[in-house]
Design a protein around this ligand. Structure first.
Ligand SMILES: [Zn+2]
Ligand SMILES: [Zn+2]
Length: 126
């Protein structure tokens, strides 16, 4: 074990503090505020460990770099900003998805991603 518990805790705390999924680079920057000297290799190694323990989930959205979030956030969906590419957590869910599928089909689960422009990137003018 070539990296410390303290570094792993800094990485997990960074994910918990964030209100959205983070890229490994963002995790590295956040974790270094808690515990200096954390490199990307350490971040990836810690993420692998956390995912094996099901403490952290990979958020894969086509066209976006892989992001990570704590596994205990429950059922939620994501919003992707087409400008800054940040992924945001959404609250709530969509009702009545059963009405979209043919009769006698049964919806078991769903995966919804919304796309648009975040507040920081403006309202789409200009
Ligand atoms: Zn944005
Ligand atoms: Zn949902």
């Amino acid at each position: 074990m070539s990296y410390s518990t303290r570094q792993r805790e800094a990485i997990l705390n960074t994910l918990r503090r964030a209100d959205r999924p983070l890229t490994p680079q963002e995790i590295r920057e956040g974790a270094n505020a808690d515990s200096a000297g954390i490199g990307l290799a350490t971040v990836y190694r810690a993420l692998k460990t956390f995912m094996a323990r099901k403490e952290v989930l990979l958020v894969e959205i086509p066209g976006n770099p892989p992001c990570y979030e704590p596994a205990d956030r429950g059922h939620h969906h994501h919003f992707v900003c087409d400008r800054c590419r940040h992924i945001f957590d959404l609250r709530g869910c969509v009702q009545d998805l059963d009405t979209l599928v043919p009769r006698d089909f049964s919806v078991q689960r769903h995966d919804i991603t919304l796309y648009g422009v975040c507040a920081a990137c403006g309202t789409g003018e200009g």
